[in-house]
Write a protein that binds this ligand. Structure first.
Ligand SMILES: Nc1ncnc2c1ncn2[C@@H]1O[C@H](COP(=O)(O)OP(=O)(O)OP(=O)(O)O)[C@@H](O)[C@H]1O
Ligand SMILES: [Mg+2]
Length: 351
């Protein structure tokens, strides 16, 4: 089922938590709300599930206006950050809970519980206590409990944030597999850009209650709508930029040639698109600097280079003339097409 948020706003007292939200989640897609703490992600999710009603605007599930429909009438599954499992019940009872409430037949409940425990790869754990399960296993049970209701839409509020890095990675892949297997419309909330970029068909980036951009992961990275999105997604060199005859002036001193139609108050240059070398190149935007920091990651090396009164982050994969070190004089080359100009985002730039 698709979800449409049409001009949704929600305030708490004078505080605007969500403002004039306009978006469409396509049927069967994996859609992520991404943004820093307090930007309105959970509030938006709660309005979709019906635990909170908006002050204005309309919410549709498919063609149905559900803006003020009670949560239990929406047939939406929600997995909370803290799982909210029942500690005094075993695994079977937890997964079966909603089905028992809805007075499903005993045999049907058994079949469904088995099916979804198998899907989350925890068959055979029916009689275990919740306290006997690891964080990752509890997370899977919470997911199975939601899925067992066979909801029209699955809402997940930071479901992986309690897990360690390795388990998060495994669960990301698992969640995505299950979502695709069921083809269920899924809305996922996170403040972690890696989760958002790796799992989503579409991402909505929020800041201070305002949706800044809705796009595919690739487009968010390559064509951010403004300085907030540019700084929140991926690593960025982001400088205030003034237009000059040939291009732009970065900060106080670096003039770069840009494409003639480039417009915007900020210049975005991704660290991976800057080339670093010992030798001056004949290309247009090539200038000298000094390495002030080097961090070796194995897959790449990250340098901070001071040049023209600015500090540039450079990620280098291929080291044409070996590694560079603090104090080395180097040349940075930036291709015209790797300079993206963006307007200032609502709420400024993410720091
Ligand atoms: N019931 C409430 N009463 C008053 N203010 C609230 C209420 N619920 C949320 N808020 C405020 O609205 C803003 C958005 O909250 P929300 O929970 O949607 O943020 P979030 O994006 O989910 O953040 P986090 O990543 O920390 O979970 C916050 O500033 C929060 O303090
Ligand atoms: Mg939240």
């Amino acid at each position: 089922m698709s979800v449409i948020m049409d001009g949704i706003s929600k305030s708490f007292g004078n505080f605007k938590a969500v403002e004039n939200l306009q978006l469409e989640v396509k049927e069967g897609s994996f859609f992520t709300f991404l943004g820093p703490s307090g930007c309105g992600k959970t509030t938006t999710l709660r309005m979709i599930s019906g635990f909170t009603y908006p002050d204005s605007g309309t919410i549709y599930i498919g063609n149905e206006n559900v803006t003020y429909t009670a949560p239990e009438k929406r047939n939406i599954g929600m997995v909370f950050q803290n799982y909210a499992l029942f500690p005094h019940m075993n695994v079977f009872e937890n997964v079966a809970y909603g089905l028992i409430m809805k007075k499903f037949k005993k045999q049907d409940i058994k079949i469904r519980v088995q099916k979804y425990l198998e899907m989350v790869e925890l068959s055979g754990s029916e009689s275990k206590k919740i306290s006997e399960l690891s964080g990752g296993q509890q997370q899977r049970i919470a997911l199975a409990r939601s899925l067992a209701m066979e909801p029209r839409i699955l809402l997940l509020d930071e479901p992986l944030s309690n897990l360690d890095a390795k388990l998060r990675e495994t669960m990301r892949a698992e969640l995505k597999r299950i979502q695709q297997e069921l083809g269920i419309t899924t809305i996922y909330v996170t403040h972690d850009q890696t989760e958002a970029l790796t799992m989503s068909d579409q991402i909505a980036v929020f800041n201070k209650g305002i949706c800044q951009q809705v796009s595919t992961p690739e487009m968010l990275y390559d064509k951010p709508a403004n300085s907030f999105v540019a700084s929140f997604i991926g690593e960025a060199n982001l400088f205030p930029a003034k237009k000059t005859k040939k291009g732009i002036l970065l900060g106080s001193g670096a003039e770069l040639i840009t494409l003639p139609d480039a417009e915007g108050e900020f210049a975005l240059i991704r660290p991976a698109s800057i080339k670093i070398s010992k030798i001056k190149k004949p290309e247009m935007n090539c200038f000298e600097g000094v390495v002030s920091e080097k961090q070796f990651y194995g897959t790449h090396t990250s340098y901070t280079v001071n040049a023209k009164g600015l500090s540039f982050k450079v990620n280098s994969v291929h080291q044409a003339d070996g590694y560079y070190h603090e104090g080395d004089e180097v040349f940075l080359t930036i291709d015209i097409k790797d300079i993206t100009l963006v307007p200032e985002g609502y709420g400024g730039t993410y720091k």
